[in-house]
Design a protein around this ligand. Structure first.
Ligand SMILES: Cc1cc2nc3c(=O)[nH]c(=O)nc-3n(C[C@H](O)[C@H](O)[C@H](O)COP(=O)(O)OP(=O)(O)OC[C@H]3O[C@@H](n4cnc5c(N)ncnc54)[C@H](O)[C@@H]3O)c2cc1C
Length: 475
């Protein structure tokens, strides 16, 4: 298409979407005085998966002036995370706390578990309060190009009522819908992660042990690439979800209810906390959600948040990536609009900055699925605990945090190779706890209630990356 005189850009920036990525960049651009419009297909509040935050997001809340609204909303404070293996005696788990190694610039020793319908609504309203124009119920059909350059979008408000809007820059924050990447044929399914997730909200879940209130709990299920989350939400609700391979679900031939129940049974502690739980919402299913996009920018356009890549939710990184990619995209766009930088260079810089951080998350996730115990062993190690905790705090886009994460992941990868090269090594996956045969195999042991406050293995026998064996008491 050619842009006529009448179609001159009306906006500095058009943002497709109204999730955390869109609201963050909308707030930042509006605070700088740019004219920015957010086009959201749904009418908020709308439900969404992704209810556990990393502490790094606090830095963005501060930056866009949203922190006070987070506190006022009364979301559950999340001071850390804990995880437990399928056959571990009740009350035996690993835990890490954010306060152990405070994040630089952190004003509080916790992050949040959030109900996304309310969180996303508050954040979108905040973008509006900062001066962004927000339209809901507006479905973006496609991005408009003049030659190679993105110049605007075509929106549909109701069937048959379409309108073209024009801007100097178009930002796609349409989440896993990946509007622009799909339009340009840039989205590639991840060949390794074909996950399936089923989740809902429950009441009557056994509360976390005393002293662990608000902690996000993860249960490993003894099947390949399978785990569950339990997040305490407000008013005694809990978000409970399981993640497994899509193949496991398809092979099972079961209903969602039956399949979920069979997975709950796989972890003794999970079975215990769920024994009196009652589901209070319909099931929510997500499948095949991991993918990569070949390039994150082009003339007049940028991708942010899930629209640029999705890498599996095990470390609760989605909103971190959404908000930090939005913040870096804002930086690049502002540099272009003020004339301080050339567009191609600024957008390229954005791409490499954000890709490096996300690629590092991907390495950690890949290692975790290949060798789940490795992370626990490093989290328990006095030498590496700080690096592990700081990595899991998020924001792997700063040189210092990126370098630290790459260092500790590199050490764990090396340790993994050494362990796997030794057939007698007890750290090999399955050496101590053989994998379960399927969702029907119950772990045995008594369900005699939580024991309190145990945060790691009493004895850890490890062989270091350097091949040195040691045995020590950790807690
Ligand atoms: C099983 C699972 C568990 C997860 N758990 C976590 C977790 O614990 N913590 C975490 O941080 N993340 C988690 N995530 C990831 C998290 O959900 C996302 O990373 C996060 O929501 C990304 O934000 P976003 O703004 O990029 O996209 P979204 O939040 O998806 O927002 C995109 C918005 O764009 C709108 N949109 C789409 N198409 C159009 C269109 N054509 N026109 C107009 N608007 C459109 C949508 O309606 C939506 O509101 C999880 C994901 C999965 C699959």
């Amino acid at each position: 298409m050619r842009v006529s005189e009448n179609d001159r850009p009306h906006w500095d920036v058009i943002v497709i979407g109204g999730g955390p990525a869109a609201s963050t960049i909308g707030s930042l651009l509006a605070r700088d005085g740019y004219s920015v419009i957010l086009l959201e297909r749904d009418i908020h509040p709308r439900d969404h998966v992704g209810e556990s935050l990393t502490p790094s997001t606090n830095l963005i809340f501060e930056r866009i002036g949203f922190q006070e609204k987070m506190e006022d909303a009364g979301f559950v404070h999340k001071p850390g995370a804990a995880w437990t293996s399928p056959r571990a005696p009740l009350g035996t788990f690993f835990s890490i706390r954010l306060a152990e190694f405070a994040m630089p610039g952190a004003k509080q020793p916790y992050t949040y578990n959030i109900e996304r319908d309310e969180f996303d609504t508050l954040l979108l309203r905040h973008a509006h309060d900062q001066g962004a124009k927000v339209l809901e119920g507006v479905n973006v059909q496609r991005v408009l190009f003049d030659g190679e350059r993105a110049v605007g979008v075509r929106v549909r408000v109701v069937e048959g009522w379409e309108q073209d809007l024009f801007a100097k820059v178009v930002v796609d924050a349409s989440g896993r819908r990946c509007l622009l990447a799909n339009q340009l044929g840039l989205r590639k399914k991840d060949p390794r992660f074909k996950q399936y997730s089923i989740y809902s909200w429950f009441r009557g879940v056994e509360p976390n042990p005393l002293g662990f209130e608000g902690v996000a709990w993860f249960y490993f299920l003894g099947l390949e690439r399978a785990w569950a989350w339990s997040l305490p939400l407000r008013d005694g609700k809990s978000s409970i979800g399981v993640v497994t391979t899509k193949e496991d679900f398809q092979k099972s031939g079961r209903t969602h209810e039956e399949f979920f129940a069979s997975l709950v049974n796989l972890n003794r502690s999970f079975r215990y906390v769920m024994r009196g739980a009652e589901r209070i919402r319909p099931w929510w299913i997500e499948a095949d959600y991991s993918y990569k996009v070949d390039t994150l920018h082009g003339p007049g356009w940028l991708l942010i948040g899930d629209a640029l890549r999705f890498v599996d939710p095990i470390f609760s990184t989605g909103v971190d990536i959404a908000m930090f990619s939005a913040a870096f995209a804002h930086q690049a766009i502002a540099a272009v609009l003020t004339g301080d930088d050339d567009e191609e260079r600024a957008f390229k810089g954005y791409e490499s900055h954000v890709s490096d951080g996300i690629e590092t998350w991907y390495r950690l996730i890949d290692l975790f699925y290949t060798h789940p115990h490795m992370l626990s062993r490093y989290a328990a190690s006095l030498q590496h605990r700080e690096d592990v905790i700081r990595t899991l705090q998020g924001n792997l886009y700063l040189a210092e945090s990126l370098e630290r994460a790459q260092r500790v992941i590199g050490t764990m990868e090396l340790a993994h190779h050494l362990v796997m090269a030794d057939p007698d090594n007890l750290l090999r996956p399955g050496a101590i706890e053989p994998a379960l045969n399927g969702p029907d195999e119950l772990p045995t042991g008594s369900d005699d209630g939580w024991r309190l406050g145990y945060t790691g293995p009493a004895e850890v026998v490890v062989r270091d990356a350097e091949g040195v064996s040691s045995s020590r008491s950790e807690n």
